[in-house]
Design a protein around this ligand. Sequence first.
Ligand SMILES: [Zn+2]
Length: 194
Amino acid sequence: MLSIPVRILFGVDMALGCFNYVAWSWFAGQRFSALFLFLSIFSTHFPDADMIPYLFLRRRYRLVSHWVVGHHPLLLLPFVAVASFVAAKILMPDRVSYTVALITSGVLLHFLHDGASSLGFPWLSPFSQARFRFRSGKPIVVPQAETEQWMSYWKTRERSAADEIAGRTAPVTIAQFLFWGAGVLALIVFVIDL
Ligand SMILES: [Zn+2]
């Protein structure tokens, strides 16, 4: 079994962070900057920071998913856009739109990745808990009974914090590794092509 840091390092969100960085930097004509590469990779992982409060609160509130704090797209996306706008206005006033686009689309890419989950993703959360999954490009509402079934299954299981994290980061597959390689390659081409 691969360790958790290795799974995160070679994860889909890492590759998405590289692609997001290269796409926006190329589009905005920006030179390579380790700070903005970091911001992009940070933003494609950011919603999963709700794993931290989840690990502390899961037993008290009988939570079965960490998607309770950071996984509300309709709240988090506007919040991230406004917060990055204000921060960029103060810290890097000459790159405001680039910063906002890079960070907001990074968070959106994270949600799109979560949205590929077979359990579905609550795109309208916190206004509706309905989960959607996509079939040939069309959103389909996941039946409530199906969601309740796996939730009650997880409620009966006692899991350690390590199990929780390992369970949320899927093992690295060949397809994922190729995707990761493509992301890193795009980054290398961008850096060399200065
Ligand atoms: Zn997530």
